[in-house]
Design a protein around this ligand. Structure first.
Ligand SMILES: NC(=O)c1ccc[n+]([C@@H]2O[C@H](COP(=O)([O-])OP(=O)(O)OC[C@H]3O[C@@H](n4cnc5c(N)ncnc54)[C@H](OP(=O)(O)O)[C@@H]3O)[C@@H](O)[C@H]2O)c1
Length: 328
């Protein structure tokens, strides 16, 4: 079979699609014949060697795959041969055949196309745990999403809207704002504006009033984080999901104290490892919302697997809107 292989960390252009032996599922494992792969910002960091979790080399990158179960190991109980599934491995998804533990395999709804199945996955799980588990969202609250036109961001916009929030999307262009509005954002603010530290609060207050927002889902960090923290309402929660801007921000405890604020971290992979049953239940909730038409992945580009480097380069040049899919 063919798989993307990282032999040494480095720029995406240096990695190759190689022919390697087919994997064989061991006890408790499932072999998926891939039909579509989702691409995420962290894939780029893993290939470059700058991500917090790095597999031993050589390895195949990729965190999202959808396909058909082609073989199962002994002791597999929930998944059957021929099932249409999505899986969320830490790495190894960018291969024509992918072996994963049964625990991180999710049965897709029957009518769901494989490309949508591959991306209604990590970004949506991340947004769900950020909003409901870390952010302790209550129906009717106001939610600001930074990086709202990106993978995690747009999932957050859709999910918050589906669950009854007033949603503010933080984006860097008019076109990206329109995309977020189509996916449920009630208001759009400009994260390309000067002096974000002050201007995020001013824009948020102009949109929803002086009180500010109850929850921020922040996958940008840097100046967007600094500004969003100041836009929180009394007892507001900011969930730090990522640092797409490249700067890891800091929050002053004095500022948190005087407004009863909370800044919370989210590393979704921990839930997958520690509470796989809960991640399964969240995936079922996401599929139910998809079935009701409340979640709809926005796939803006599709590439054949051999052009994976072009797909990943779009994250570097900040050209990504919604999700990108690779096809074997
Ligand atoms: N915590 C977790 O468990 C977890 C899980 C998945 C992902 N993540 C992290 O979440 C982040 C987003 O991942 P993703 O896959 O959604 O990436 P993505 O699709 O590339 O989205 C990133 C978003 O950030 C925006 N952005 C980048 N630099 C910016 C800046 N300086 N100012 C304002 N906006 C900026 C981009 O907007 P423009 O297009 O306008 O540049 C884009 O909308 C990454 O840091 C990733 O590592 C964390």
């Amino acid at each position: 079979m063919r798989a993307v292989i990282v032999r040494e960390h480095g720029p995406v252009a240096q990695h190759r699609l190689e022919t390697v032996p087919d994997p064989v599922p061991a006890r408790g494992e499932v072999l998926i014949e891939a039909r579509a792969f989702g691409v995420n910002f962290p894939d780029l960091m893993v290939m470059q060697g700058s991500y917090q979790l790095l597999p031993p080399r050589p390895f195949s990158p990729g965190k999202e795959v959808a396909g058909v179960v082609g073989a199962i190991g002994a002791g597999v109980e929930r998944v059957r041969l021929g099932d249409r599934v999505m899986a969320l491995p830490e790495y190894g998804a960018f291969a024509e055949k992918v072996v994963v533990p049964e625990a991180i395999c999710y049965r897709m709804p029957p009518a769901m196309p494989f490309d949508e199945g591959a991306v209604l996955a990590l970004a949506y799980q991340t947004a769900h745990f950020a909003l409901l588990e870390r952010g302790a969202y209550k129906r009717g609250e106001t939610v600001l999403v930074t990086g709202a036109s990106g993978g995690v961001g747009l999932a957050g916009v859709q999910l918050a809207k589906a669950l009854g929030a007033t949603v503010i999307a933080g984006v860097t262009s008019k076109e990206k704002g329109e995309l977020c509005k189509r996916h449920g954002a009630d208001h759009v603010i400009d994260l390309a504006a000067p002096d974000l530290r002050e201007s995020v609060r001013a824009q948020v207050q102009a949109a929803v009033g002086k009180r500010g927002v109850d929850i921020v889902l922040d996958s940008v960090g840097g100046d967007a984080f600094d500004g969003a923290l100041r836009a929180l309402a009394w007892c507001g929660r900011l969930v730090s999901i990522g640092f797409a801007s490249g700067r890891v921000p800091e929050a002053k405890a004095g500022y948190l104290l005087v407004k009863n604020l909370a800044v919370l971290g989210l590393q979704w992979t921990d839930y997958r490892g520690r509470e796989p049953g809960r991640v399964q239940r969240v995936q079922e909730e996401l599929y139910a919302l998809y079935g009701e038409g409340k979640l709809k992945p926005e796939i803006t580009a599709r590439y054949p697997l051999e052009r994976f480097a072009e797909a990943l380069a779009r994250f570097e040049s900040r050209q990504v809107q919604g999700k990108i899919v690779l096809l074997p």
